[in-house]
Design a protein around this ligand. Sequence first.
Ligand SMILES: Nc1ncnc2c1ncn2[C@@H]1O[C@H](COP(=O)(O)OP(=O)(O)OP(=O)(O)O)[C@@H](O)[C@H]1O
Length: 257
Amino acid sequence: MAGFLEIAGLDKTYRSQRAPVHALRNIDLEISEGEFVCIVGPSGCGKSTLLRCMAGLEPISGGRLALQGKLITAPPQNMGVVFQRDLLLEWRNILDNVLIAAELHDLRRSDYKDRACELLTLFGLDAYLDRYPRELSGGMRQRVSICRALLTDPQLLLMDEPFGALDPFTRDELNSELQRTWLATKKTIVFITHSITEAAYLGDRVVVMSRNPGHIEKIVPIALERPRGLDVRDTAQFADCVVQIRETFRDLGIYKG
Ligand SMILES: Nc1ncnc2c1ncn2[C@@H]1O[C@H](COP(=O)(O)OP(=O)(O)OP(=O)(O)O)[C@@H](O)[C@H]1O
């Protein structure tokens, strides 16, 4: 479905007692249902701002932002969000942490318990239902936060640097798991990352952003077959995609390597 998520001429300026900050300028982006879109860009180019606007957590200053034709003015029901910090509640066990998503949507916990267990099993955490967050590794904690975001079966999943704090092995593992989940469920995913390789591995398209103020510089389609094994990253086709993205940053003077 074309135009599942529509962003047209979006502008965002933060206003406070200090000088206004023009964070986003004239963002145009149409995302189809079931698409996996990655957004990559240097620090401060407005990636998180854009995601928070999509999540209805930040008002826009101009332009249009709509999900399935409905303007986004508050967090939509059919959306899940995963942040870099897992935001788990330390005093709740893993199952109860996942079930928070039902409580937040005013849904009955008992109706979602089976689904929570299914998701935790899918992510290899079935032996940890009654454990507490402090007993889990960083990768396991982030898996729990993905299960929480998926609990109410949202059509749209927004992910802000979810694997940025993880070691490279765990990050690879979660990249594969996320792709597998996406292929099985065909959710629409918007995924923010600082890693060009991660973006090219996961995305159907990679949106390349630049700053001052934040804007879209280029959109690179990634025509690699699915499912993608991690070794796709060793292919010439993959290298071509990475070079296209990296060259954009080099031309902008952002990437000097
Ligand atoms: N609440 C806020 N009030 C004022 N300015 C803000 C606010 N949040 C972000 N900004 C500014 O907006 C711009 C974009 O910030 P944002 O966090 O969206 O960038 P980013 O690309 O996600 O950065 P990073 O990759 O470092 O997380 C920056 O100049 C930042 O200082």
